[in-house]
Design a protein around this ligand. Sequence first.
Ligand code: DQA
Length: 146
Amino acid sequence: MNLLLIHGPNLNRFGERDAAQYGSVTFAQIESLVVDETKKLGHGVKKFQSNHEGALIDFLQAESKNAHGIIINPGALSHYSYALYDALVDTKLPVVEVHLSDIKSREAWRRISVTAPACIAQISGKKEAGYSEAVAVLHQHLSKQV
Ligand code: DQA
């Protein structure tokens, strides 16, 4: 199966951001971790990061036809992008949303994710381990569909 790994604005700077919230893992390390774990389970993965909402939506529209599931950390777009929510719903694919930090224990505006209702699961506050869990959740979900 083919998975999409999508990251939103500022996430390319993981490793240089507030370590108290995000830890010290770099963006490159997160991408390799997901690629390695998906490969071990026999899946392919296509990666994409953008600081631009429209570019993320263009990627979803172009690539979801050839994919079976999505792991996404939308960054701050999680908190206000109804356009990204719509694009995720339109893929009709199982989506898992990941956040390194625990968004539920941060500022009030960050506690809401408008994209999470498009997802089968949201994993937040587990740092990079959240991505491993996302791969496992998606793998289990897809295995049930076969
Ligand atoms: C984040 C949480 C968001 O609130 C924030 O805007 C980010 C990172 C996380 O992974 O914890 O950029 O998505």
